[in-house]
Design a binder for this molecule. Structure first.
Ligand code: 13P
Length: 255
């Protein structure tokens, strides 16, 4: 089954509101209708979500906006957290969850990721569920087992119709921000195992429809080889998404 590619930029903790508006505007200025063959999403810091969304809405360009994290409770005494209804009101259609930086620096667990996924799905926001192994796990030969266990945990209790609304991003930790990209074969091997796990959970029809992205030092020089792999449906981009010129090159590689 043909899956529509998805290019998502994860801006991480970069760009003040002013800088975010400039970058969103730069991306918007380069839009042409061939992009419609690819879903394009940017995931700025929380404070930049509304300003970035406003740029794309004003220009009427189909670039979606996503958050980088969310909390599963609707409201209340959870100082510093942001809820699903808050994202919904901004017009967020996407939300990254379980990024390795959140798992590593902020102690996010598989159980948290699962709760976040369910909260997002109940509001119709697409979770972009990140999974990926450390170098130690890879060197021990356990990458596939580790990543597939993360997938099973993230999807626990989620039914097939909801699973269809999710995206999985395979981001090997050793490839993030290091300039050391997974080879296309390494990335394909894990993305294919992710799809096989989804197939075990939901059957072939659903697993064939779910997009699996690769992330980790993806750039205009390696994008073609990566997205040429049968189970890689696009990218979750860090560094190369911080400049419109490189992000747009990545989008163009998908269309
Ligand atoms: P880089 O593209 O900077 O390696 O970051 C990847 C990433 O973590 C996207 O979520």
């Amino acid at each position: 089954m043909a899956r529509k590619p998805l290019m998502a930029g994860n801006w991480k903790m970069n760009k003040t509101i002013g800088e975010a508006v400039v970058l969103a505007q730069d991306i918007s200025n380069q839009y042409d209708d061939r992009w419609d063959a690819c879903d394009v999403v940017v995931c700025p810091p929380f404070v930049d979500l509304k300003p970035a969304k406003t740029v794309f809405e004003f220009d009427r360009v189909p670039v979606g906006v996503g958050a980088q994290n969310v909390y599963w409770e609707e409201k209340g005494a959870f100082t510093g957290e942001i809820s699903v209804p808050m994202l919904k009101e901004i017009g967020c259609e996407w939300c990254i969850i379980g990024h390795s930086e959140r798992r590593g620096y902020f102690g996010e667990t598989n159980e948290d990721v699962n709760k976040k996924a369910k909260a997002l799905l109940s509001a119709g926001i697409h979770p972009i569920i990140c999974v990926g192994e450390s170098l130690a796990v890879r060197d021990a030969g356990d990458a596939l087992e580790f990543v597939c266990a993360q997938v099973r945990a993230a999807f626990a209790g989620i039914d097939a119709a909801q699973a269809n609304e999710c995206v999985v991003a395979y981001e090997p930790i050793w490839a993030i921000g290091t300039g050391r990209t997974a080879t296309p074969e390494q990335a394909q091997e894990v993305c294919s195992a992710i799809r096989a796990t989804l197939s075990e959970l939901y059957g072939a029809e659903v697993s064939d429809a779910i997009r699996v992205l690769y992330g980790g030092s993806m750039n205009p020089g390696n994008v073609e080889m990566l997205i040429a792999q049968p189970d890689i449906d696009g990218g979750l981009i860090g560094g190369a998404a911080l400049e419109a010129s490189s992000f747009v090159q990545l989008i163009k590689a998908c269309i």
